[in-house]
Design a protein around this ligand. Structure first.
Ligand code: SAM
Length: 237
């Protein structure tokens, strides 16, 4: 999968070269490209923002460098249509199902906003372009960050661990919270490792029993109980 990220702070995305995602990049599973939006400005001050039409506080990111940057990225790979992802608190919620869906795509391009966000015409323009595979405006939660970079770190990591060959054990993604199937609307229960006793706390007996059926049943019950307690919203009516 190809991943391009455009930002005024491309170095903010350098952690993608570490750990699990970094290994996927090194292995060629992810073809990562970071771009500095300011490289697509034309003025001496490398300006990327301006005052909002209609007044109000803050600054809005200009569509001009965004258009140039995204056209430049697009032109790099004519045979594949990229999906443009624009993180914004007003977007549709980014969920595990979103990560799952994106993990099948060939090319994701992320546009990191700052200030009051990106001029709305950028999304309108690229949504209508046939050489792009749509635009997704997504939110990673009901809070406001200073910029899209942290949201992109979250989303790329969530997608990367679903790509074939990235996780050491593919089963771990299948049993995770929110995984498709039985776990889709549940969170995982508690997990334990050695030693069997730590301080005054013991690992539940069932996990030491070696009885796979009972262990499975216990895990399911724990996931249900935890979901009911912490995430009743997932259980619907
Ligand atoms: N004025 C915007 C609003 O109220 O919706 C907030 C802009 S925010 C200060 C600047 C940038 O941070 C956004 O353009 C977006 O890229 C990013 N951002 C902030 N919160 C986010 C969230 N919850 N999910 C995804 N991106 C977010």
């Amino acid at each position: 999968m190809r991943v391009d990220i455009v930002s005024i702070f491309p170095e903010y995305l350098e952690p993608l070269r570490l750990s699990l995602v970094g290994k996927a990049v090194d292995a060629g599973i992810i073809d990562l490209h970071l771009h500095d939006l300011r490289a697509y400005t034309r003025d001496r001050h490398r300006t990327v923002d301006d005052t909002p039409y209609g007044g109000g506080p803050g600054m809005v990111m200009s569509p001009v460098p965004w258009g140039e940057a995204l056209d430049h990225v697009r032109a790099d790979e004519p045979s594949v249509r990229p999906t443009l992802v624009v993180p914004t608190p007003s977007g549709r919620p980014f969920r595990q199902a979103t990560a799952q869906e994106w993990s099948d795509r060939d090319w994701l391009v992320f546009a990191c906003g700052r200030y009051e966000g990106i001029d709305a015409r950028v999304v309108d323009h690229f949504s209508g372009r046939e050489d792009w595979d749509g635009v997704c405006e997504v939110s990673i939660g009901d809070y406001v960050l200073a910029g899209g970079e942290a949201a992109v770190l979250v989303m790329v990591e969530a997608v990367a661990r679903l790509l074939p060959g990235v996780l050491g054990n593919e089963n771990s993604a299948r049993e995770d919270s929110f995984a498709p199937g039985e776990m889709a609307e549940r969170v995982e229960g508690p997990v334990f490792t050695k030693p069997p006793q730590w301080r005054d706390l013991h690992v539940p007996d069932v996990l030491l029993s070696g009885h796979h059926g009972n262990i499975e049943q216990w895990r399911r019950a724990q996931a249900d109980a935890r979901t009911a307690e912490r995430r009743p919203d997932l259980l619907g009516d």
